[in-house]
Design a protein around this ligand. Structure first.
Ligand code: NAI
Length: 342
């Protein structure tokens, strides 16, 4: 039987709780997984003086896939640079793919769309300077960066059976940088005549996302817009704790829940593990597709269906969804559906 080696970054705050929960579900996957632990985050920084262990980038590159929990980044100058941003840029994880699908009886709106967020450029290049009371941030948008993520979003739409890709920008104001993003989007769209290509200003996108979310199927966005719209979408789905993501590069991918380290609920055993479990299913699907292992792909689908049943039937709901179940109760409820008794 094939052995899969994957990296694991537990992360900060609720990270170890939700990543631990996701990894418990690997019990229900009949494959040999070797988990390679990688230390990173604020907790690790306090112990070692380093935000991430030496050689982490090479380790993840050589493994090709990793699952990670959220990492705390303190605001303001004088602390280390975001490790999330560093990992995305150093590993070239250019597409941050975040599927949002409503849960019956839980979500505020019916929706089924995916945000594909450019993940390595934009304002997150952190080219900043301060001159007395004037602070400047430079936004970096390149043709090659746009091309990679936009090509990805059209291919994703085809593979996942979506018919429409919408570019989100603000090219009426940011005429040069978002203008380039928009230009590359419509150039690229010509290669995909079966997919409807349209664009929307980011402010209107936020409005339509709440008012008429059914108008969206795949949205492709520059970095910051995708970050903000993702949390908005997660709110509509019902909780940040319900949403997972795949960060895709060339030959390497990192899977994580959409949420942060949630220090307000960390250590209490009540974090919603569904986002991390969704990240796990995205990783299983990725590995299965990569290695032509249909079993892994079908197991990913089964875990996703079990999660859906647990949430929609209210079998185990954590406090963010109005329930009183623990993180572990949710995992046990999912496992029970995957391994029916008798
Ligand atoms: P956050 O996502 O950690 O929390 C926002 C709200 O959502 C809080 O009320 C929290 O309790 C709730 N929440 C988040 N995940 C949940 C879950 N699984 N179950 C139940 N409730 C959940 O965002 P915040 O507070 O802005 O950031 C906290 C830290 O996380 C910061 O240091 C930030 O830099 C970091 N962060 C890291 C990310 C990553 O590693 N990819 C992404 C976003 C933030």
């Amino acid at each position: 039987m094939r052995r899969y080696r994957v990296g694991v970054i537990e992360g900060d705050g609720i990270g170890p709780e939700v990543v631990g929960a996701a990894l418990k579900l690997l019990q229900a996957v009949d494959r040999d997984f070797e988990l390679v632990r990688i230390s990173a985050g604020y907790g690790y920084f306090k112990k070692s003086g380093k935000p991430v262990e030496d050689g982490a980038i090479d380790t993840i590159k050589s493994l090709g896939a990793a699952i990670k929990g959220p990492l705390t980044t303190l605001p303001g100058p004088g602390t280390y640079r975001s490790i999330n941003v560093m990992l995305r840029q150093e590993l070239g994880l250019y597409a941050n793919v975040r599927p949002f699908r409503s849960f019956r009886g839980v979500s505020l709106k019916d929706l089924n769309f995916t945000i594909v967020r450019e993940n390595t450029e934009g304002l997150y290049r952190s080219v900043e300077g301060r001159f007395r009371d004037v602070a400047l941030s430079t936004r970096v948008i390149t043709r090659s960066g746009c091309k990679k993520v936009i090509e990805f979003s059209f291919r994703y739409a085809l593979v996942e059976g979506f018919r429409k890709v919408t570019a989100v920008h603000k090219a009426n104001i940011l005429k040069v940088s978002d203008g380039l993003f928009r230009e590359v989007f419509f150039e690229t769209s010509k290669k995909y005549p079966r997919i409807e290509a349209s664009d929307v200003f980011v402010d209107a996108a936020a409005y339509y996302m709440i008012k008429e979310p059914e108008r969206f199927e795949v949205l492709v966005t520059p970095n910051l817009y995708g970050d903000i719209l993702s949390d908005l979408a997660a709110g509509l789905v019902g909780s940040l704790g319900l949403c997972g993501s795949a960060q895709i590069g060339d030959g390497v991918a990192v899977f994580e829940p959409v949420h942060g380290s949630a220090p307000d609920i960390a250590g209490r055993g009540v974090a919603n593990p569904v986002g991390a479990v969704t990240a796990l299913t995205l990783m299983l699907k990725y590995l299965g597709t990569m290695h032509s292992d249909d079993y892994l792909v079908s197991r990913a689908v089964e875990i996703g269906e079990a999660v859906r049943e647990v949430v929609e039937e209210g079998r185990a709901l954590t406090p963010d969804l109005g329930g009183s179940s623990s993180t572990n109760d949710v995992v046990e409820a999912i496992l029970k559906l995957l391994q029916p008794e008798g």
